[in-house]
Structure formats: structure tokens, C-alpha cells
Unconditional design. Sequence first.
Length: 189
Amino acid sequence: MLGKIIVRRIGKKRLAVRITELEIYDGFKDLASHASKGQTPRNKIMFAEGGYFYIYLVYGMYYMINITTGEKNYPSAILLRGGTIVSKLKNLPTYKLETNLNGPARRNFSEKNLGGPGKLSKFLQVNKKFNEKLARPKNGLWFETDDSLKSKIKISKTPRIGVNYAGPIWSKKKWRYVITQKHNLTKIY
DNA sequence: GGAGTGATGACA
DNA sequence: GTCATCACTCCA
């Protein structure tokens, strides 16, 4: 998933973000995973086969975007935690320019960086209506592959964020993956 | 460093 | 029904 493009269609416009940061939530035993307590109404899509969105609200404000992975009945998903905007500039929504991205004229990495899962969903305008939907263009939210970057990215692994409640074994696993090399990531896709 | 926010799931 | 707890962000 790292380096791939997540695309959101809103009317005729497309928002595109290259994924640069994610976390793995894997299986029944992973105490950081919502699925560690078994199947519930919220997490049931985690038990589907790969390719479905798992969207939920945290802290009353932020939607987390996850994509399911693996076999049916095995709960696993990848949380998208950050990316860089690679939309054509004419497609950028105006609200974004007023907040943390400082306008279309300045285009260096940090200003196009969406660091944090809440920013990602805010920019892509993704909410719970995408929960349990397949990642497909007809659903308005999907992934594309940009092969030009494949061999160039460098990846570092760290513990997952905000999961201390999972105890030392699971909170320390290096299941957060980040693209550390910034070169080329902002190229308009 | 701390407020904000509301769904979720555990327990009664 | 009540309660604590959160896969966080922003402003200070």
C-alpha cells in the first residue's frame, strides 16, 4: 500500500493522495486491534476478505480510513495514517487552502503533507458512509498504482501510535510503516 | 499541556 | 441505562 495513490471522486473532481504512512492491525491476538475482542457491529467488516473500507470515528471527531486485507473470517486491516497530496491543483477544495496547507502557490513537501489519519480523511472528505464499501471507482474511493516510484522509496518501521493500552508486546511491534524518502513523492499524479 | 467530541462496548 | 475509554488534532 505504501506509495500507492488513494483517489476520491467528488462530482467531476478527483482528490489524490500518495500514501506515505500506515499501520498494520493483524488477526485475533493483536491486542491493539479492534478485532481482539471478537466480532462486534463496528468491526465486523475487518473479518471480510481484502479490499473493503473500515471507517470509524475516534475522539468524537476524526474518521479513520482502513482497508481490509487477508482471507475471509481472518480480521486484519491497514490503517492509512498519512500521505502527500498529488491532485492536480485545480481540483483542490477551497477549504483546504484556508487551513494547514497555506495555499496553492507554495508546494513543498511539508505543506502538502497530510500527517495524521484525521487529516487524511478530512482532506479526502471521507466519512462513515464509506464503511463496508469495496474500494472501487464506482464507490467514489479507490486505489491506483504509480509504478514510477516503486523502486525508489525507502521505508522505516516503528511502533504503532496511540496503542499503549495493548500492553508491551503488542504496542511495541514495529507495525507502523513510513516512507522516509521525500524525493519525488509530491509529483502530481 | 489540555480541551474538544461522540460512538463504542462493557457492565448493571 | 450509565460509564470510561478512545487507531487524534489543534492551540497554547
